[in-house]
Design a protein around this ligand. Sequence first.
Ligand code: GLU
Length: 503
Amino acid sequence: MTPRKVRVRFAPSPTGPLHIGGVRTALYNYLFAKKHHGDFILRIEDTDSQRFVPGAEKYIVETFEWLNIKFDEGVHIGGKYAPYRQSERKDLYKKQVDKLIEKGAAYYAFDTPDELEQKRREIANFQYDASTRMHMRNSLTLPDEEVQKLINENHYVVRFKIDPGKDIEVQDLIRGEVVINSSVLDDKVLYKSADRLPTYHLANVVDDLSMEITHVIRGEEWLPSAPLHVLLYRAFEKEEAMPRFAHLPLLLKPDGNGKLSKRDGDRLGFPVFPLNWENSDGEIYPGYREAGYLPEAVVNFLALLGWNPGTDRELFSMNELIDAFSLEHCSKSGAKFNYEKGKWFNHQYIQLKGNDEITKMFLPILKEKGITVSEPMVEKVVALVKDRVNFINELWDQSSFFFRVPDSYDEKAVSKRWRSDSSVQLTGLSEILASVDDFSSENTENIVKQWINDKGYHSGNIMNAFRLALVGALKGPHLFDITAVLGKEETIRRIKHATEVLK
Ligand code: GLU
C-alpha cells in the first residue's frame, strides 16, 4: 500500500475568540503538514448552534493571516473537499447517521429533557448506556409503530449504541497507548433532529474520513473522546482509514497549577488571545498583535510550548521550525505558559529585524505623536535604541528626546549634576562644537575630550551636564551617538536652551 499523502486539519468551533492554545494546535498541525509535504486544512466545526458566535470565523482566518500560517484548503479559500463549514454539510451527516442506524450501531431516542432529568434524580450516577437504555424511551424499547410516529414528528436524537465490557485500545503518537473499557462510555448523542445537525463526535469523524485526514493533532483532553472516536471509525468499518492521533500537552498556568485560562491573562496581565476581540458587551479581550508582538515571535514562542528540538536552540524561523519539527519531540506533560519568555522572543525578533523594517513600524507611532521627521533620521534613532526594547511601542519612551527638545529637566539629576559652573562650561563647549565640521560620533567625541583635557575640566561633570541638556535626564545611548543624530545646530540649540532654563 502506498502511503497516503499527509493531510491534517485545524477544526475550531466558532464559539468566541480563538484561544492562544488553539493557535498552538494549529501551528503544530501546520508544521507537521509542511514537514511531510502534506496538506493543511481549515474546517469550521459550527454544529453547536447554541454556542455559535458571529465574527469568530473571521477572527480565526485573520489570526492565521497575521501569523503567516497558510492553509492549503479551507473555509476561506475552498478546495477539493468543500464545503469546509460543517453547517453546510448536513446531508452528509444525515446519510452517515442513517447508515449507523441501519447497521444497528445507533438508535433513535425520544426521551425529553424532563424525562432525562427525572432519571438522573432516580439513579445515582445515571449514564445512558447498556445498563439503562432498555428502561428509556427509544427505538430499542418502543413498538415500531410508535417509533415511526415519533420519527415523523421530528423530535428525536440518535445515540451511539456502545457495546459494554470491551477494551478499546487507543494509540497516540504523543501519549503512547491507552486501553479503556467501553463500559465507562455513554451512548453519546450523535445527531439531533431539532436542528438537523450532528454533534461534535459524529461530524468530526465523518469529516476526517471524507476529507481523507491522516493525522489528528489535537489540543483537547483526549479522554474519553479518542476511544469514542475509535469506536465510531469501527462502526463505519473504516478502521483502515482512521487517522493517527496525537494529543498535545496541555498549556498550563505560568505557575504550573492547572490549565491556562482567560482569567489568568486578566489576572497576570498578558494576552491569551492572538488578536484583540470585542465581545457583544463591548468588552475588549487583549490580543498579542495589538500588544505589540511580532508574528514571528509569537510563532517561535508557541512552537516551544510543548515541543523541543532536542537541543538548547531557541530561535527558529518558520522554515527552520518546519525542518526541525517532529511529534516525537512533543512532551506528554503540560507546558507552562511562561509569558516572560514571550517578551524575550519579541525582543530577539526586534533585534533580528533590519532597522529599516523597525523604522516602518515606528513611523505610525511618531505620526500619532505629531512628530514629522525624515525616515533616515528615524532609522538612525532606531539603530541606537532598539536593543533597549521588547516592543515597538517602547521605542518612543527610549527615544522621544531625539524628536523634541526636552520641555523639562529631571529635577533630581539637575540638583545633583547641574553645577554652578555648568552653564559657563557648556557655553564654552557649544563654541567648540560650532567649529566642528565633521559631526560624526567619533570625531566630535575626540574633539570634545581634547577640549576637556586642555581646559583641565572634570570630564564627568561636563558629560552629565551635557547629557542633561540634550536628553533632559541622565539616560539614553552613548552621548556622541546622540549628538551625531541631532546634528550640530540642534545640539547647540539644546545647550543654549538648557543654560537659559537652568541658569
Ligand atoms: N471542534 C473541535 C474543537 O474545537 C475540534 C477538535 C479536533 O481537533 O478534533 O474542540
